[in-house]
Design a protein around this ligand. Structure first.
Ligand code: PBG
Length: 334
């Protein structure tokens, strides 16, 4: 709501008066992040090693199933409401169709079960998309000319979401940007008795340079050919984001997401203001890497940057933030 700002004038008014003390700054602070706002972005892998460092994301490891379960317990103890898991799949299990995504005994179903057994009160969010499973690194199926097939891909995504729901996922989160996938997934879930499984739609997802380190993390960087501009959004566009969000809400999304985060705060703000639906934001791998790299040089204070960026997301209207910093952030906010 636009409001008239009524204020007096200097020297009756001195804005710095309230900023004098730590206590008075705390007293008038408008937004503050809490552990309740965090979704922990976590990379898991299907190998035996407990942890494998991700080169482009210092401090983030790919976790095996046991480590992921232990992390879920830490999330519970830190008051982090939910974890979003992203898979690194052995190259031998990838193919052009990404059919490993539909394996009910695959990595993600096993991780969901292990996490739910270890910490049942922590929500598990699963990415619905084919890119970690395809030999070409795209989120969808390709026709013979290398074009992404929309409806055929949506058909796969429905099955992938069902596999996740059957394994116990609380939230399925389509990140592929195909048209019509939210409605198709909602129908498939309901028909299978999963009326209570939530959908978090990556509704306004931009074709972004800031996903670079993630593609290293899930092992799709080396295989990806071309870009994702025929399905992810053009970063010049705002009105289009509002249409994407409107469609996904109409198709049954419970929550919507804007991605990446910091460079897109205007989108977060407009979406949360316009629709009033829970709007999440993803502090993506490249944003994580930027902070880590400059902190490693001694150029910025990492902990302060974590809290400041989380506060910015909240200020812009985000309900919650998916972030690889979640564990550290929760410790700082405790
Ligand atoms: C793919 C997917 C991506 C991310 C989450 N799901 C990358 C992409 O679209 O290429 C990015 C996450 C990040 O950068 O942290 N479906």
């Amino acid at each position: 709501m636009p409001r008239m700002i009524t204020t007096g004038r200097f020297p009756d008014v001195r804005m710095r008066r309230l900023r004098q003390h730590d206590w008075s700054r705390r007293l008038v602070r408008e937004t503050r992040p809490s552990p309740d706002d965090l979704v922990w972005g976590m990379i898991v892998h299907d190998g035996a090693e407990a942890r494998i460092p991700v080169k482009a994301m210092p401090g983030v490891d790919r976790l095996n199933i046991d480590e992921a379960a232990k992390a879920a317990v830490r999330a519970r103890d830190l008051g982090i409401p939910a974890i979003a898991v992203f898979p690194h799949i052995n190259a031998a299990r990838k193919n052009p169709d990404g059919s490993e995504a539909l394996n009910p005994e695959g990595l993600i179903p096993q991780v969901i079960q292990a996490m739910k057994a270890a910490a049942p009160g922590v929500g598990v969010v699963c990415d619905v998309a084919l890119d970690p499973f395809t030999s070409h690194g795209h989120d969808g199926l390709l026709d013979p000319h290398g074009r992404i097939l929309n409806d055929e891909t949506v058909h796969m995504l429905r099955s992938q979401a069902l596999v996740q729901a059957r394994a116990g996922a609380d939230i399925v989160a389509p990140s592929d940007m195909m048209d019509g996938r939210i409605g198709a997934i909602r129908k498939a879930l309901d028909a299978d008795g999963f009326q209570n499984v939530m959908i978090l739609s990556y509704a306004a997802k931009y074709a972004s340079a800031f996903y670079g380190p993630y593609r290293d993390a899930v092992g799709s960087a080396s295989v990806l050919t071309g870009d994702k501009k025929t399905y992810q959004m053009d970063f010049g566009n705002l009105e289009e984001a509002l249409r994407e969000v409107a469609l996904d809400l109409e198709e049954g999304a419970d929550m919507v997401m804007v991605k990446p985060g910091l460079p897109y705060l205007d989108i977060v703000s407009r979406v949360s203001e316009t629709f009033g639906a829970p709007t999440l934001v993803f502090q993506v791998s490249g944003e994580y890497a930027q902070i880590k790299a400059s902190a490693a040089q001694g150029w910025i204070d990492e902990d302060k940057a974590i809290i400041e960026t989380l506060s910015s997301f909240k200020r812009a209207g985000a309900a919650a933030v998916i972030t690889y910093f979640a564990e550290r952030a929760a410790q700082l906010l405790a």
